[in-house]
Write a protein of this length. Structure first.
Lengths: 394, 199
């Protein structure tokens, strides 16, 4: 697929910009802070309904404006979709598909699929488990948009269950300090907790099972991609650490050792929830479930996090993105590749290898501060970005 | 900011669901320029609804008397109760003309974030209605969202030992919608809840 048109109104630094795009390679070149990343961030937003840089929508709206509008024309085979998003910080965003409103923005997920490489990707290797969970879940949604709903439901169960646990926790403390059984409905809390347990286990099993299958699919692709970027170094390995199996939780492991069967996972989650119930009520938080899991990255015999060098970490992050790209491409419909400022970070060998790997994609969008940062393998259309404007060069 | 009484009206209107500050202002100025008898009629309707409308002793639906129209209707099936969250759900289901039993209005759904537990809903009243064994089927028609599902699960577990048949509305595709443009979640659920087609 490729993006044929991008139009922004009050998005980031742009008051208004219209951009015609073509298949093949397009580079956005210009000095720091001129709005290159802002352009590709908008495309990433259409694909995932989130920015790769910020977790809230407010910074995406041009300073002083009330809302931002992003419009894209996406071509896939010979079908054309016009996707339009209105970003309203603090209020519900709105979406239109082919000029007709859809009931919620989620419905446009999957129409544009992107794989975005950015300096922020280093956090996939060096950052908290939340970064890696997000990587997996975003990829799940890109492959199967229905997972946006599964993820939202799971988050909602967590919120509800957390509120209940906090109430129970407060009641327990109150009872203790009152020196006896306070009136109130401890049994009531427990019986509703069982209901939330059931929902947590069901939605959690769906998310967990899908993540496990995803990691299985990514593993060989990531290993290959890393070997191609950094030949001769140790193998890049992936392992999933789940709150279900306590054995895996403390040590570094490459095996999964858990099933991805949803019914079995539901049972296991329920059993683990019962085991930890008392400490959950003590602490007022949900201790079991995919929201506490991690994707463990290994290089040779060692975990990447805390051990890998800066360059190795970069290669691993790129390998993860490339593996995601391979997977999406295998599903059908070449996703749009976006490379934000990544070449400047790489040595010449890795630069060349990355360029060779991405060159055949249907559409590649690159940002770079200077033209020399765009590898010669990726010569194509160039846009100059400066002073709030975007102009085609040559 | 407007003169005291006008601002007062705008503030009051702004408290209504779905009315933002802009709409509140528009409604206020509409009322200011409207015919006094029309405004009196509106004010009267507002007061009357608070004075006269009560909640049905049996099912919790809005009623003009002690019992609501549906509970008083002898033609309705006494063996089936349909559990809903709000009175407006009763209206929606009545419009389908599919259901001939009676209702039970819970007054919401279980939602710990909002501090709503089973004790805050009309669940004890439902248990009382089920106690005499006359009801053979309970249809759970709470909203097809997480809180509605949780409430349905809670009720199903509670009622199970009583031997009453418990069913849940199939959450399907919106009627009149295009399958192609149906949202993925709905479509997914529709597959999940699919039934054998008896031909
Ligand atoms: N909401 C906003 N309103 C107005 N301007 C904004 C907003 N958000 C970001 N900007 C401006 O956009 C500019 C950053 O744009 P962007 O991140 O696209 O730069 P860039 O061209 O990618 O630079 P670099 O080469 O350093 O990565 C900054 O000058 C910033 O002040
Ligand atoms: Mg940038
Ligand atoms: Zn009634």
């Amino acid at each position: 697929m490729h993006v044929a048109h991008l139009s922004l109104t009050d998005f980031r630094s742009y008051e208004s910009v219209e951009l015609g795009l073509e298949p093949g390679v397009t580079a956005f070149v210009g000095p720091n802070g001129q709005g290159k990343t802002n352009l590709v961030e908008a495309l990433g937003y259409v694909a995932t309904l989130a920015s790769h840089r910020v977790s809230t929508d407010a910074p995406l709206v041009r300073h002083g404006a009330a809302r931002a509008i992003v419009r894209t024309a996406v071509h896939r085979d010979d079908r054309r979709a016009l996707v339009e998003l209105e970003i309203n910080p603090g209020r519900a965003n709105r979406a239109r598909l082919n000029r007709s409103p859809v009931s919620r923005p989620r419905e446009v997920l999957g129409l544009l699929r992107t794989v975005l490489f950015a300096p922020e990707d280093l956090a996939l290797v060096k950052g908290d488990p939340a970064e890696r969970r997000r990587f997996l879940d975003d990829l799940l949604v890109a492959r199967t948009p229905r997972f946006a709903g599964v993820r939202a439901d799971y988050d909602r169960v967590l919120k509800q269950r957390g509120a209940l646990l906090r109430t129970a926790s407060m009641a327990r403390r109150g009872r203790r300090s009152a020196g006896g059984d306070a009136p109130g409905s401890h049994g009531d809390v427990l019986s509703t907790l069982e209901v939330w347990d059931a929902h947590l286990a069901r939605h959690g099993a769906e998310l967990l099972g899908a993540r496990l299958e995803l990691v299985e699919a990514l593993r060989p692709l990531c290993e290959q991609a890393y070997a191609a970027l950094a030949p001769g170094s140790g193998a890049a390995t992936l392992a999933y650490r789940s709150t279900l199996s306590s054995e895996l939780s403390s040590e570094f492991s490459t095996g999964l050792g858990i099933t991805s069967d949803r019914a079995a996972l539901t049972e296991q989650l329920l059993a683990r929830l019962l085991e930890v119930r008392s400490s959950e009520i003590e602490r007022g938080v949900t201790l079991v479930g995919p929201h506490r899991d991690d994707l463990i990255l290994g290089l040779g015999e060692l975990p990447a996090r805390g051990y890998a060098s800066h360059g190795e970490s970069w290669s691993f992050a790129l390998a993860l993105r490339l593996a995601a790209y391979d997977l999406l491409r295998a599903d059908g419909g070449d996703p749009v590749l976006i490379l934000d400022d990544v070449f400047a970070e790489l040595d010449s060998q890795r630069r060349r290898r990355l360029a060779e790997t991405v060159a055949p994609a249907e559409q590649v969008l690159i940002t770079a501060a200077v033209p020399e940062d765009v590898p010669s393998e990726l010569a194509g259309v160039r846009f100059d970005v400066a002073e709030g404007g975007v102009a085609r060069a040559g | 900011m407007y003169e005291g009484v006008v601002q007062n009206l705008i503030d009051e209107l702004g408290l209504l669901p779905g009315v933002g500050p802009k709409s509140a202002q528009r409604i206020a100025f509409h009322l200011l320029s409207a015919d006094p008898t029309d405004v009196k009629r509106l004010a009267h309707a507002l007061l009357e609804v608070k004075e006269k409308v009560r909640f049905c002793r049996v099912c919790g639906n809005v009623a003009a008397e002690d019992d609501c129209r549906i509970c008083r209707d002898a033609r309705r099936d006494l063996h089936v109760i349909c559990v809903v969250e709000e009175s407006k759900d009763v209206v929606a289901i009545e419009r389908t003309r599919e259901f001939r039993g009676r209702y039970h209005v819970l007054g919401g759904a279980i939602s710990p974030i909002d501090g709503i537990g089973p004790d805050d809903l009309r669940i004890r009243e439902l248990m009382t209605r089920l106690a005499d064994g006359q009801v053979t089927e309970l249809i759970l028609a709470t909203d097809p969202n997480l809180e509605g599902e949780a409430t349905a699960t809670y009720l199903a577990r509670l009622v199970k030992p009583m031997g009453v048949k418990v069913t849940r509305l199939a959450s399907g595709l919106p009627v009149g919608g295009d399958l192609e443009y149906a949202d993925e979640v709905t479509l997914g659920r529709a597959f999940e809840g699919r039934r054998l087609l008896d031909v």
